[in-house]
Ligand binder design. Structure first.
Ligand SMILES: Nc1nc2c(ncn2[C@@H]2O[C@H](COP(=O)(O)OP(=O)(O)OP(=O)(O)O)[C@@H](O)[C@H]2O)c(=O)[nH]1
Ligand SMILES: [Mg+2]
Length: 203
């Protein structure tokens, strides 16, 4: 499990590598490492955000086609923590059996992983959180997970319009969400404050 031999792009992440893709709950890795999961609506930029954090162009597979990520994808960060890319929800055209499988896999993981430190819940800053987003947040809160709410694609909203967007989004979020992180996977804006929150003990 060597490092990337790349210059440190960020004070908190100095190495990242793909570990495994999990399609069945029986195959979850049992290394006992702490895990941080990335969840959110399909196409919101989960995989892109992870690439940005890793400073890798395509370590995590990205597609403009919604529903691209279908498995739980485990990456080892800084040789000691898993970042887990989850398949997105709300992919309207997904066949029913795919949606059922998503629920089994993702919920089974979220409810049973003993190593989950928290879940990064990603929203599109251009859109009001919808009932599926709110359901996910309430569900994670109910099962006791730490949640970081991230508003991605900030590059798509001009500075003058941001304040009103943030206000609208925050009003729609459940009251237990006290902080949001505005980021752009495309430009890298906001990534350092996010990492400082999710990796508090990083150098
Ligand atoms: N403008 C802009 N586009 C983004 C940003 N993040 C992701 N995208 C684009 O959004 C699309 C979806 O990105 P992904 O990272 O594959 O999204 P995902 O959430 O992993 O999607 P699924 O795997 O389908 O759940 C791609 O075309 C990305 O290039 C961002 O910060 N800004
Ligand atoms: Mg993805």
């Amino acid at each position: 499990m060597g490092d990337n031999q790349r210059p440190a792009s960020h004070p908190a992440v100095y190495s990242s590598e793909f570990h495994t893709s999990v399609f069945e709950l029986d195959n979850l890795p049992d290394a006992g490492l702490p895990e941080i999961a990335f969840a959110g609506r399909s196409n919101v930029g989960k995989s892109s955000l992870m690439n940005r954090i890793f400073n890798r162009r395509n370590l995590v597979k990205v597609s403009s086609r919604p529903g691209y990520t279908q498995s739980l994808n485990f990456f080892i960060v800084n040789s000691g923590i898993y970042f887990v890319d989850l398949p997105g929800y709300g992919f309207a055209r997904a066949p029913k059996h795919v949606i059922r499988k998503w629920h089994r896999l993702v919920e089974g993981y979220l409810e049973n992983s003993r190593n989950l430190t928290g879940v990064v819940c990603i929203l599109d800053i251009r859109r009001r959180p919808d009932p599926m987003d709110i359901d996910l947040l309430n569900y994670l809160h109910a099962i006791g997970h730490t949640i970081w709410v991230v508003l991605n694609k900030a590059d798509k909203i001009s500075q003058p319009r941001r304040k009103a967007r943030l206000k609208e989004i925050r009003q729609a979020l459940p009251p237990f969400v006290s902080t949001t992180f505005t980021v752009s996977a495309r430009t890298g804006e906001g990534i350092i404050p996010l990492l400082n929150a999710i990796l508090p003990e990083a150098d």
